[in-house]
Design a protein around this ligand. Sequence first.
Ligand code: KET
Length: 439
Amino acid sequence: MKSVHHRRIASLARHFRMEEGGSIAFSPTSATASSFAHVKQAPEDAILGVTVAYNKDPSPVKVNLGVGAYRTEEGKPLVLNVVRKAEEQLLADRARNKEYLGITGIPQFNKLSAELILGRDSPAIAQGRVITAQCLSGTGSLRVGGEFLATHYSGPKVIYVPSPTWGNHLKIFPLAGLETRTYRYYNPKTRGLDYEGMIEDLRAAPNGAVVLLHACAHNPTGVDLTQEEWEGLRKVIRNDKQQLPFFDSAYQGFASGSLDTDAFAVRRFVNDGGETFIAQSYAKNMGLYGERVGALSIVVRDPSVAARVESQLKLVIRPMYSSPPTYGAAIVSTILSNPALYDEWKVELKAMADRIISMRHQLFDALKARKTPGDWTHILNQIGMFTFTGLNKQQVEYMTKEYHIYMTMDGRISMAGLSSRTVPQLADAIHSAVVKFSS
Ligand code: KET
């Protein structure tokens, strides 16, 4: 029988169109032709490509509501005050150096990150059942977790992601070596959760399958489960199907403004003693987007396997990028370990969450004032950074062309990119698009 590792290499080889034996089919080209002449132009990324198009538009009134990145009322990127303070402390500390970190990053950062998502009093942490590795933001944490599962998980190497989901999930997991399937999540008719569909699909999924869950503020829909629904889901995943939850936590603190409230689902699953994967990102909640700081935590049932799991996790990371960068994680550790900075962070985080919520009200009121056809209450009901407007591709293209409003083709708008100044422009654009092309 082929080893798991061998099978994985074989599947990667197929992915890159190599032959089973590992040799690449090579047809000699003339001395002048490029060996890459066959390479096709790839499409821009569905989310990051919106920023590329936005940057090319010379219009002074252009608005970027594509990527999920927080902007101030003035439309500017925000560096949190606590981040500035932490940076000043780091700069003043002449004992700091630029040595390599260990493969799993800064130990203090890992401990504090696990406590942030699981709670300081988490029994799983106290029992030594949590392994945490500093990774390259949320994306890197998902990728490392995915590869670890593809190599070491004893259950089926298939992951179920919600439909729809953050587009990159559909690219990360197949490349990590997991077969990727979807479960129903969103009902476009109600613009709400398809709870029955979700449960039905997970019941029909194999026992032991991995299930990707958005910890809070589901992207792109802004539709979350209620606490009762989380509990129902947990029973199916844990009791009926012995599936493995993999939480993507990219918005802790952004949904409700409270770090603890937004960690509810993760804690509910971890506190039942079962095994759980968690990918955390500090991109949004600390505004550290470009610093690429995040963490993968693996919660195991039995503390005696923790050291072995960690040793293998290092073998996943070392050939991928060797060790993570120091700077962003040092900022996070400084903030999380200093009670005054931690409290200040919570206030700033709440202010960001509140500004987004106020944008929801302003946009809703602006559409109401314009008597825009349709029911827009979902703008108020959806949670987190995004509104899943229900606008179709034709309407989105029209809004970009006529109003210089940039957003993803699925009709998602980043509420964090909106300001009191730009709400009327967006409301005019939506109104006109809806009247012109009824969906
Ligand atoms: N998970 C989710 C659900 C998510 O929305 C993002 C980013 C990430 C993970 C990864 O973020 P990172 O920067 O790797 O920590 N989403 C926004 C940005 C992007 O697409 O890269 C977005 O949806 O706009």
